[in-house]
Ligand binder design. Structure first.
Ligand code: NAG
Ligand code: NAG
Ligand code: NAG
Ligand code: NAG
Length: 962
């Protein structure tokens, strides 16, 4: 038999040869035989592992003394292997179960490699393993938890770490057999089912982690018998029910973390027994009622986080007992009353976050004076009174977030010397007075939002020196005087000084803000010319100078700004002609020049092509000789001369005069290729050739070019066939020439609106779509349940996956991946529209790299999908005013909110049916996905296939749980 075994090696051990081998080991053998067999077991392990870093290079058949091999250690007297230490050796492949048969092995550590696959074999139940310590964490192992481990054979095991793999299935009921365990970690897998009640058999367990799985059911009632427990981490599961009262017996417990579950009821009084507790984390559950007074007996608490629950009542002054407390987070609950004065007497308190409650009264005057504050967030309460003076007495405060309260009075002088400040958000209060000269020299502040207060005074009478500043928002105050020439920062990306009383010229120094993306100076009293230098801001996407008293002409150089997408100059006293190059600024899509003193001819290209009359009105402008004539509502500069050069005018007139005349003027020739899928029709007139390609044989029979052109304005084409049967189509203007490819007509997918044909002349043209009975996603999102939102996301991902699978030339065909390009039909199926109008590069759905380089790849589609996901999750539109004001974009906002806040603060409160806790993990996962999709680095974004797969897995898992 032994011979047969030898022939198998050094192949990766199969189940069969293992059984043979095991029986060998069990028989009485000489020492030499045993050595031989240990050698074979080790070589079998090597054969299964892929060892790209050559960590096993000296594991050679020839070397009989394996005790010298890398990663092995032997018992000194008997020369048996007793320890395998191969953590972090970059190994992959599978783990051969042979190593579990090494007769004297006590320690196996294969953690932090890339071992994959299942570990399955049977271990003879009669034999007792000598294993004490097993660590397979941080690999890519799949399948059920290895069943053989949960047996009497391994009842001597003291430490078992299987965390951060892909283990699925349940935790075996036989867990209780491992009664010697002190350390158990199966966190970070995809385990389902309940926590086996037999776990309470492991009374010596000190460290227990079950976190980040999909466990359901209750925490075992009699967990109180596991008196050795020092550490419990069960967060990020779907556990329900109440915290068992018996938890009060775990007198050794130092760390209790049950976050992100579906736990309900009151926080048990008995927690007050756990006087060793240092960390108590219960956030993001459904706890109700008050904080039990006994919690304030936990004198060793370092960190207490009960945020994102339904807790109410006042925060007790008993908090004064928690003298070691460093972190207190109670945000997103329903706490009322005042902020307890006792907080001011906690010497170690660093982080205090009480935002989104219903707290009233003043902020305790001594807050900060005797604490060690680094982060203070009391935003979105009903706090009144003044900002206390001592908040920065720690000399460590870096986040000061008090927005959306009713705070009044001046900004305390002491904050002006708080040089550690980085993020300051005091907007939407009633703060008054002036900014001190020192305040504008804070060296580390990168975000300063003081908008929506009653601040006043000049800001140009001092030197601004804020080298880290990225966002400055002083909008909606009463600041006056001239604008400063500089803010002392080269990092400034977002500057909003709108709705104040600023006067004087726009400083030329603004031209040196090389990172500036958004500049809002609207609704002030600025005068003088628009400085040429503004056009040096090469990253500027949005420029709003409206509602001022600016004079002079539009500088020619504005038209050369590479990424300018939005320009609002309305309600000023600008004059002269509109520079023609503004019409060739390719990035420009939104333009408002209304109510100035412009005269002359409106350019007929670029953004002017589709300009609305309200954006040009109030000037002395006339329409140039081009197709956009009718949109602007302006009179043509010279009607007689220009009319017949304009095919659109021409067709418009034709419509009036009637088809008979049209038929007379037009030379028609039709070429039909019956056997090809794509049929082409041409109509020629003196202006050129209109060509229509049909992608649908029915459409080719009933739609004519004339039909398309005459319905272009309405956007709907209705064809009445005999016997009053009508067929409806949608007609949209086209700007992307990629669309005019025959291949696009072949694209057919249930999640795409069917393209029936394309009609074009020169560079312009129209797309004819099937008429879908439904609404744009942008209009319906607010009323949808989570399931429907997720299904919509899934459908869009599916369409993108299909599109991208057809080759990279179809990337970007959707153009702007936005909710305005998705129709949700009457059966609730999302349908993507290909080939839209020109994409606005300032659109929040356009990926950053496409904004500058205009290059569109699959990854830019993924960015747009990411923004849609964020909108589906948060219910916020990317043009949401609140979001837009405080954060650069919805993406920034989501990133901030996701990292800084808890679920309830960003998930759409209107989500129909509320958010069942079952899906809360899903929501977090989808947000993760959304943030990956919106990564600035395109290569970091996942593929449509990956997004589809992830969403699909969620759909599958939730429907099977319900
Ligand atoms: C882990 O396994 C999954 C599927 O089994 C695979 O898709 C993934 O690439 C693996 N990851 C690594 C790092 O090996
Ligand atoms: C509890 O552990 C003992 C060994 O200490 C074992 O005999 C018994 O079967 C275990 N009980 C359960 C329910 O696992
Ligand atoms: C709290 O501890 C006391 C002993 O200090 C014990 O008698 C009591 O049962 C414990 N309470 C709970 C609910 O565990
Ligand atoms: C969460 O707990 C509540 C109350 O116990 C229950 O009604 C609900 O079904 C639970 N949700 C999930 C997803 O388990």
């Amino acid at each position: 038999m032994a011979k047969g075994v030898h022939h198998q090696f050094p192949r990766c051990l199969t189940f069969i040869c293992l059984v043979m081998l095991v029986s060998n080991l069990n028989s009485t053998q000489s020492h030499g035989d045993q050595q031989e067999q240990e050698l074979e077991l080790l070589l079998s392990f090597k054969a299964c592992a892929k060892d790209s870093s050559q960590s096993l290079s000296n594991w050679l058949n020839s070397s009989a003394t394996f005790c010298n091999w890398h990663g092995l250690a032997c018992d000194q007297t008997s020369s048996h292997v007793n320890s395998i230490q191969l953590s972090g050796k970059n190994m992959s492949g599978t783990i051969s179960s042979s190593i579990f048969h090494l007769p004297k092995v006590t320690n196996i550590d294969l953690s932090s490699n890339q071992f994959a696959g299942e570990i399955s074999f049977s271990f003879p139940s009669s034999s007792l393993s000598s294993l004490l310590y097993l660590n397979l964490s941080n690999n890519n192992l799949t399948g059920s938890l290895p069943e053989f481990l949960f047996s009497v054979s391994f009842s001597g095991l003291e430490s078992l770490d299987l965390s951060n793999n892909m283990f699925s299935g349940i935790i075996p009921h036989q867990l209780g057999l491992l009664s010697s365990l002190k350390y158990l970690d199966v966190g970070g897998n995809v385990l389902v089912g309940r926590i086996p009640s037999s776990i309470t058999n492991i009374t010596g367990l000190e460290y227990l982690t079950l976190a980040s799985n999909q466990l359901i059911g209750e925490i075992p009632r009699d967990i109180g018998v596991m008196k050795s427990l020092k550490w419990i981490y069960m967060g990020y599961n779907n556990l329900s029910g109440e915290i068992p009262k018996s938890i009060g017996n775990l007198l050794s417990l130092r760390h209790l973390d049950l976050v992100y579950n579906n736990l309900t009821g009151l926080i048990p009084d008995s927690l007050g027994n756990l006087t060793s507790l240092e960390f108590l984390f219960l956030y993001r559950n459904n706890f109700m009622g008050w904080i039990p007074a006994s919690i304030f007996d936990l004198k060793n608490l370092v960190s207490l986080d009960l945020s994102d629950n339904y807790l109410r009542g006042e925060i007790s002054e008993l908090v004064v007992n928690l003298q070691r407390l460093e972190i207190l987070q109670l945000f997103s609950n329903n706490f009322t009353g005042k902020i307890p004065k006792a907080l001011t007497a906690l010497p170690r308190l660093q982080v205090l976050q009480l935002w989104s409650n219903r707290l009233t009264g003043e902020i305790p005057k001594e807050l900060g004076m005797h604490n060690n504050l680094t982060v203070l967030d009391l935003s979105t309460n009903n706090l009144s009174g003044e900002i206390p003076h001592g908040l920065c007495d720690s000399r460590n405060l870096n986040k000061l977030i008090l927005f959306s309260n009713s705070l009044e009075g001046q900004i305390p002088h002491s904050l002006s010397s708080c040089i550690t400040l980085r993020r300051v958000r005091l907007q939407n209060n009633k703060l008054s007075g002036q900014l001190t000269p020192e305040f504008t020299k804070l060296p580390q502040v990168y975000l300063l939002d003081m908008s929506g207060n009653k601040l006043s005074g000049r800001i140009d009478d001092r030197k601004w020196d804020m080298p880290a500043l990225q966002l400055l928002n002083l909008a909606k105050n009463n600041f006056s005087g001239e604008l400063p020439d500089s803010f002392g920062s080269n990092e400034l990306e977002n500057l909003d000084l709108s709705e104040n009383q600023f006067s004087g010229d726009i400083p030329r120094g603004m031209g040196s803000l090389s990172e500036l993306v958004q500049l809002k100076l609207s609704r002030n009293r600025l005068s003088g010319n628009i400085p040429n230098e503004l056009s040096w801001c090469k990253k500027l996407v949005s420029l709003d100078l409206s509602h001022n008293q600016l004079t002079g002409q539009i500088p020619i150089s504005i038209g050369d700004m590479p990424v300018l997408g939005m320009l609002d100059l309305s309600e000023n006293q600008l004059r002269g002609e509109i520079p023609q190059n503004l019409g060739s600024a390719e990035s420009l899509v939104e333009l408002n020049i209304s109510y100035n003193r412009f005269h002359g001819r409106l350019p007929s290209t670029g953004a002017f092509l589709a300009i609305n009359s309200s954006d040009v009105t109030g000037n002395d402008l006339c329409e140039s000789d081009d197709i956009s004539a009718s949109r602007s509502g302006l009179l043509p500069c010279n009607k007689r001369e220009d009319n017949n050069k304009n095919p659109f005018w021409w067709f418009f007139l034709l419509g009036l005069v009637g088809f008979p005349l049209a038929a007379f003027l037009i030379v028609v020739f039709i070429r039909r290729r019956q056997n090809l899928e794509v049929t082409t029709t041409r109509v020629e007139n003196e202006e050129g050739t209109w060509e229509m390609r049909y992608f649908d044989s029915e459409a080719s029979k009933i739609i004519t070019i004339h039909d398309v052109l005459s319905s272009a304005k309405e956007g709907v084409l209705i064809i009445t066939q005999g016997r009053k049967e009508t067929v409806k189509f949608e007609v949209k203007e086209m700007s992307d020439l990629n669309c005019f490819s025959e291949d696009i007509g072949k694209l057919r997918h249930p999640n795409m609106v069917k393209l029936m044909g394309i009609c074009r002349c020169g560079k312009g043209g129209y797309l004819v779509y099937e008429n879908v009975d439904g609404k744009y996603l942008s209009h319906v999102v607010g009323s949808l349940s989570w399931e429907r939102r997720r299904n919509i996301a899934l459908g869009i991902a599916k369409a993108l996956k299909y599109l991208h699978a057809h080759g990279s030339s179809f990337a970007g065909l959707v153009g702007e991946m936005s909710p305005h390009r998705v129709v949700v039909d009457s059966k609730d199926v999302p349908r993507l529209m290909l080939c839209p109008l020109k994409v606005s590069i300032s659109s929040p759905y356009v990926a950053p790299e496409s904004r500058n380089a205009k290059e569109v790849t699959e990854k830019s589609d993924m960015y747009g999908l990411g923004v849609i996901l964020i909108e589906l999750l948060t219910g916020r539109s990317s043009v949401d005013e609140e979001v837009g004001m405080q954060h650069e974009s919805i993406v920034e906002w989501a990133r901030y909110c996701y990292s800084d806040c808890h679920l309830d603060t960003w998930v759409d409160p209107n989500m129909k049916g509320g958010i069942a806790s079952l899906v809360q993990n899903d929501i977090v996962e989808v947000m993760n996905l959304a943030l990956q999709c919106t990564a600035t680095d395109p290569t970091a974004r996942p593929s449509a296939g990956h997004v589809f797969k992830t969403l699909n897995a969620l759909t599958a898992s939730t429907s099977s749980c319900v």
